[in-house]
Design a protein around this ligand. Structure first.
Ligand code: PLP
Length: 403
């Protein structure tokens, strides 16, 4: 029966889309917990806080008021207006609610729409790696070719403008940018962005700037959007979302900002796929942008406290080097090769030490073979205990391999 239906042969575009290893670790950790085991979660990419109350109240009121029907394809005007004000106030960006903003189903849909709208067979998309795995998956779904640009620890995981120039060809249609950066926590400074602008100046490459962690910066750093630098705005899609800064990951809302020439084609894909984001959720999100600055800042400060605690623990030993993380809620810990491959270590940490981390291989860079990503989106006591277990396990490996 199945043979006749050919069910073991889904569309060819899926051939190179591999399931996420983050999910595999997370699922196994949940399975262990169901059997009564306690697992410390340092793998999770979402805040451990609740959504600000003001967002919940507005969404609840919207349901009570019957705001339960389809809305405009580009998102409710109320939310686009709130977004326009927010981007100006927080990031010095200027986007018109009418035709330069699209409310998306999470930042992930924003990435997908931008790539589907502008990249196709024959096009190349430069993705600096390590990177959030959805970029490469979306490039492939769009039928384009990912070109991986390795980031190096000695550079603080920053893109080197000369190295970027060396991979740009007439086929390059898009360059992916992510600051603050998942998984390394690196934050790009304006001088580097200006140099990237010079590299792109005479090319047809668009810039996809994923700024979903833009509110999560520490140690006096400031997030700077590439779209606010030089003449980059006209070729840049700005991607953002509510998941990380507002603890609204389950609301599935984000945005895509750019000049009308970039937004219009993305909107055409939206019209025939997801139609519009959830109406009442958008009213909650608009309230978050207008009234939840204090909640957002309280969460950021708590992340900063945890980051300092984690860095204090890690700098006391020299097995795990955390790079220069000034943003996000991740640490990308590279370690000496002789300790073994990161997949093996991540599974050992989970099965034997009951601490879940993400192996660096999940982020598509060769460096990930000897790196782990730790998330500090968990309570500070769990973070200290989990990191101590990681450090002890690595020290044991180091001892047994050198002895
Ligand atoms: N961009 C980056 C860099 C991420 O790390 C994530 C989620 O982990 C997303 C986008 C997805 O965000 P959303 O939940 O809004 O789709």
């Amino acid at each position: 029966m199945n043979a006749a239906l050919d069910l073991d042969r889904p569309a060819a575009r899926l051939a190179e889309i591999t399931p996420s290893s983050i999910r595999a670790i997370f699922d196994r950790a949940n399975e262990l917990e169901r059997t009564g085991e306690r697992v410390i979660h340092l793998e999770i990419g979402r805040p451990d806080f609740d959504t600000p109350d003001v967002a919940k109240q507005h969404a609840i009121q919207a349901i009570a008021d019957g705001k339960v029907h389809y809305g405009p394809n580009s998102g409710l005007l109320e939310l686009r207006e709130a977004l326009s004000r927010y981007l100006g106030r927080r990031h010095g960006l200027c986007y018109r609610p009418e035709d330069e903003l699209l409310v998306t189903i999470g930042a992930n849909e924003a990435v997908f729409l931008a790539m589907m709208a502008f990249c196709g067979p024959g096009d190349e998309v430069v993705v600096p790696v390590p990177a959030w795995s959805a970029y490469v998956a979306c490039v492939r779904l769009a039928g384009a070719t990912p070109v991986l640009l390795p980031l190096r620890a000695e550079n603080g995981y920053q893109v080197d403008p000369d190295e970027l120039a060396s991979v740009i060809t007439p086929r390059t249609r898009m360059v992916v940018w992510c600051t603050p950066h998942n998984p390394t926590g690196a934050v790009t400074d304006p001088e580097r962005l200006a140099r990237i602008g010079e590299v792109l100046h005479s090319t047809r490459a668009l810039l996809l700037s994923d700024e979903i962690y833009g509110e999560l910066v520490y140690a006096g750093r400031r997030h700077v959007s590439p779209a606010s630098i030089g003449d980059l705005r006209h070729r840049t899609f700005v991607v953002g979302g509510f998941a990380k800064a507002y603890a609204m990951d389950g609301w599935r809302l984000g945005w895509l900002a750019g000049p009308p020439e970039l937004i219009r084609p993305a909107l055409r894909i939206r019209q025939f796929t997801t139609i519009c984001p959830t109406t009442f959720a958008q009213l909650g999100a608009a309230a978050a942008l207008e009234e939840a600055d204090a909640d957002r800042e309280a969460m950021r400060q708590e992340f900063e406290r945890r980051r300092s605690a984690a860095l204090d623990l890690l700098t006391q030993q020299n097995l795990l080097s955390p790079g220069q993380p000034h943003g996000t809620f991740y640490l990308y810990l590279s370690y000496p090769e002789q300790l073994g491959p990161s997949d093996e270590i991540a599974w050992e940490l989970l099965e034997e030490h009951r601490v879940a981390v993400v192996p660096g291989t999940a982020f598509g860079a060769a460096s990930g073979k000897h790196a782990l990503r730790i998330s500090y989106a968990c309570g500070i006591e769990d973070l200290r205990e989990g990191l101590t277990r990681v450090i002890t396990a690595m020290a044991d490996r180091s001892g047994s391999r050198s002895g």
